[in-house]
Design a protein around this ligand. Structure first.
Ligand SMILES: [Zn+2]
Length: 333
């Protein structure tokens, strides 16, 4: 038995203990789900109040980090249609976004009528940051239980760009498309705090700079001038965490916007081909997939079956790993 018989956590997952029935300690602890529900309910009230209190006072009500995947597409749609917010959205083009995902992005922003921009970092610097994330201890091991090192780097760039843009344009909210399982319940809503943010990844930043050069500063830090501009940091809100939807319900909701699932990504992504590379590196290094915690959480909440989760975990095409690995310069051509 190499996994929990109820969820999909591997025996190599940190802190995992199986009982005589093969059920893990996470599945046996029912308080995880009940405590979470309490936080969800409180967050929903707080979010409603915050949004109503600021709506219409700025050029944009919120900035949406829009990857083109199903979850951030749903988030963008909810921001516009459910919360009635005026939105600026942006996409980080890491060079490995599926062409189909870009078609989705264009269709969705046009259908919803939102302003949108794409940011593409230097390919040389970005690739170096990703290969460094694959080979060096950029992040603390504990933070890699729910995300691969490479994804962590990409998301750090997104978070930094979001904060920079929100401060420059006085946007009070940053909306991201994370789901519970990807993030802990206490991160559904939080106020950005740049000094804390920077401090928490100081070590990683130094490693990335040593390997990829000082250009890394452009992507992972913001100027002192901009920090001084305001003490009012924007709130980060993960709207999708307050809904309990299955993947099929999410896809059904966004299909009328023109969204279609890309065919050239792995079972755990709906937009990014780099994901497969990051997953396989993580699996090799730690013996479990960075998606196990999230998918297991969804299983416990009856939003996904164990069979569906296993299918996603096992759908990691070797040919994507190899072609991306070569493009990154990580594998020999
Ligand atoms: Zn379990």
């Amino acid at each position: 038995m190499d996994r929990c018989s109820n969820c999909v956590l591997s025996t190599s997952f940190p802190g995992l203990e199986l009982d005589e029935n093969g059920v893990c300690n996470f599945c046996r602890d029912e308080s995880i789900v009940t405590t979470e529900q309490k936080i969800i309910d409180e967050s929903a009230v707080q979010v409603q109040q915050l949004i109503e209190g600021t709506k219409g006072k700025n050029e944009y009500d919120a900035l949406v980090c829009y990857s083109g995947g199903k979850d951030s597409t749903y988030t963008l749609m909810a921001a516009v249609e459910k919360y009635g917010m005026k939105i600026l959205s942006f996409t980080l083009d890491n060079g490995y976004i599926s062409p189909k995902a870009f078609e989705n992005i264009n269709k969705v922003v046009e259908t919803l009528g939102v302003d949108h921009f794409t940011f593409k970092p230097s390919k040389t610097v970005f690739n170096k940051m990703i290969t460094t994330s694959a080979t060096e201890p950029v992040y603390a091991k504990s933070s890699l239980r729910r995300i691969s090192s490479g994804c962590n780097t990409c998301i750090s760039i997104v978070n930094n760009l979001a904060l920079k843009t929100a401060l420059e344009k006085n946007i009070p909210f940053i909306l991201a498309g994370f789901t519970l399982g990807q993030i802990p319940a206490n991160s559904i809503i939080y106020r950005n705090n740049y000094p804390f943010f920077l401090d928490s990844r100081k070590r990683g930043l130094e490693i990335l700079k040593t390997k990829a050069g000082n250009a890394v500063n452009n992507y992972l830090t913001i100027s002192e001038e901009l920090q001084k501009k305001t003490v009012e940091y924007p709130y980060v809100i993960n709207l999708l965490c307050m809904e309990s939807l299955t993947e099929n319900q999410i896809i059904e909701a966004i299909t009328p916007l023109g969204w279609e699932r890309p065919g050239d990504v792995d079972g755990c992504s709906s937009n990014c081909r780099l994901n497969t590379f990051n997953n396989i590196i993580h699996q090799k290094k730690f013996g479990y997939s960075p998606y196990e915690l999230e998918l297991s959480h969804l299983i416990r909440k009856n939003q996904l079956t164990r069979e569906e989760a296993l299918e996603k975990l096992l759908d990691q095409p070797r040919e994507i790993y190899e072609s991306i690995g070569k493009e990154l310069g990580y594998l020999d051509n």
